[in-house]
Design a protein around this ligand. Sequence first.
Ligand code: HEC
Ligand code: HEC
Length: 324
Amino acid sequence: MKIRTSYAVAGLLACVVGASGWLVGRLPAFALAAEPAGRPVTFQPPPDSAIPQGKFGDMVRLGERIFREPATYAPQFVGNQLRCSNCHLQAGRQAGAAPMWAAYTAYPAYRSKNGHVNSFEERLQGCFRYSMNGKPPPLGDTVLVALETYSYFLAKGLPTGEDAPGRSFPTLPKPQLPADYARGAQVYVQSCASCHGPQGQGQSSGGKVVFPPLWGPQSFNWGAGMTSIKSAAEFIRANMPLGLGGTLSVQQAWDVATYMDSQVRPQDPRFTGDVEQTRKKFHNTPFSMYGQTVNGAVLGDPTATPPDGTVPVAATAAPVQQAD
Ligand code: HEC
Ligand code: HEC
């Protein structure tokens, strides 16, 4: 499918309707935008128009630019075709899509992932290393300062030390039936492939990625939070298909998350050299498919797994390109 549209979401949806008709009868899509279940979200982050003039405002604006277009504004740290805003929707403003305002007030915090108290900057580093399949910017680097300044700006007036309603993704009940790859494949074809492509590779137009890749060498790596079937199911149920959050059943969300997280993607940067050992150390949960055998192949097998941290490639190239 050829996509001829700007990155504007309205344009994307209009285009998809025109191209395949799958949304017909379900419009208006935006009336159905994600409404996270659970505690009511009352906090509103300030709009861009509230960014002040001067050096502080300049840093907020830089942070938002990096957040929306990391491959352009922080290419030396980005190893895939994703943007922060592909997962943290509305450039980190959307409740129920791990918004930056709720994240900002939640740090410093202990994380079992690395066994110590993390500053907000260190938490940002993690998303570069894993979700962006890149390299963590050094502490104090302008990229981290800008992203922290932007997040601080968004969190204006929000109390620290409390878990803000809207943080992270809305929790999802367990599925009635065990989550299933084959059912997930069907959901994928029906509800996702029109945008993310039949192979999960995403789609681009005029050299710009308009629908981000869900797996393959240009997506998040095996260390990323989205490789947890639970996190992915929660994100998908609340936010996907884009503009139709909350329309998949709980079962469908678990099934399609299982399908998505059973595909080939870049290696876990913590890979010890041995898949079984890496699974034991970092993926010892029923929600990770790393090291499991799917369709006859072991996920994470180094002979069939793209490398992690492919930053030199992205950094020396012009802003991300992908064949149409
Ligand atoms: C592939 C999707 C994806 C991309 C791309 C991504 N993240 Fe994340 N990010 C996540 C997930 C999943 C979590 C964990 C959310 C949770 O469980 O609360 C997370 C968590 C975070 C958190 C902590 C949130 C909290 O409430 O504790 C911050 C901060 C963050 N990301 C920043 C970034 C930045 C900055 C970028 C771009 C450099 C980025 N992320 C790119 C998926 C992504
Ligand atoms: C109408 C087009 C459309 C459909 C259909 C759609 N998505 Fe998305 N999806 C997007 C766009 C666009 C983004 C990035 C949003 C942004 O940048 O604001 C996205 C982001 C994502 C992300 C986070 C980024 C990444 O690449 O990992 C995941 C995961 C995801 N979608 C999964 C799904 C799943 C699963 C389905 C089917 C249930 C689905 N999407 C259906 C358009 C769509």
